[in-house]
Design a protein around this ligand. Structure first.
Ligand SMILES: N[C@@H](CCC(=O)N[C@@H](CS)C(=O)NCC(=O)O)C(=O)O
Length: 223
């Protein structure tokens, strides 16, 4: 058995699973992937042995269990990467942590109106609140790359946990045709071109598991 096992949900519908999965892939850390179909009658029963919160993602590393995407990314960086997944400079690290926490805990309209779906390809008019949230993400992406990106493609000059946290947002913005500034659009496309993100999208698109608890409105919109 590998030292690290990552429990994830359906690739098509689990944005938080993508974050630590991408971090492990980018750093070439070998892990066993355990995929559990979400929103089924037996989902809680299957998650129970792994996940104290009955949600994914969960990392099982040796004798340690870590759950919640951001906590898992922190743990991976600290325990397996000598903190390499955050910027070295304390000021930049503080900003990287702040924007990662912000996307993780805020943006209710984005999460509600534009649910993560690798198959999405709609132009769905965003509400006023969602327009404000999109412009906040746009400002985060544009400012971080301008101020801390060292003329590179990543938010902080090299790949970091912040890029992991925004990878699902790139998929969502692309799927629902978000209107972005050209700077933000460039970063979105850069994330979408990442070979591991491409792989996740391709595998997600191949999934056919129906989601039992979707409302009829969501069922009509999502594949
Ligand atoms: N804050 C958590 C959110 C976890 C979460 O909501 N996971 C979803 C899939 S992306 C889930 O497990 N849903 C199953 C459920 O709510 O029953 C994280 O970042 O990991």
């Amino acid at each position: 058995m590998k030292d690290s096992r990552l429990v994830i949900g359906n690739k098509n519908h689990s944005p938080w699973s993508l974050c630590p999965w991408l971090l492990l892939k980018m750093y070439d850390i070998k892990f066993e992937e355990i995929q559990i179909a979400l929103y089924q009658d037996n989902t809680a029963e299957k998650l129970g042995p792994y996940s104290p919160s009955l949600k994914v993602p969960v990392l099982l590393h040796k004798q340690t269990t870590v759950w919640d995407s951001l906590a898992i990314c922190e743990y991976i960086s600290e325990t397996l990467l000598q903190n390499a997944a955050w910027p070295t400079d304390p000021k930049r690290r503080a900003i990287a942590r702040s924007i990662s926490s912000e996307i993780h805990s805020e943006f209710p309209s984005l999460k509600e109106e534009w649910p993560f779906n690798c198959k999405a390809s709609f132009s769905q008019a965003p509400s006023t609140n969602l327009v404000e949230e999109i412009s906040r993400v746009d400002a985060i992406w544009s400012n971080c790359r301008y101020r801390y990106g060292n003329n590179g493609n990543y938010l902080f000059g090299r790949f970091s946990i912040a890029d992991c946290l925004f990878a699902p947002i790139a998929i969502v913005f692309n799927g629902y045709n978000a209107e972005l500034s050209s700077e933000a659009d460039t970063y979105m496309n850069f994330l979408l071109d990442n070979p591991f993100v491409q792989k996740w999208i391709a595998l997600g698109r191949r999934e056919t598991q129906p989601l039992r608890i979707l409302s009829s409105r969501d069922a009509a919109r999502l594949g």
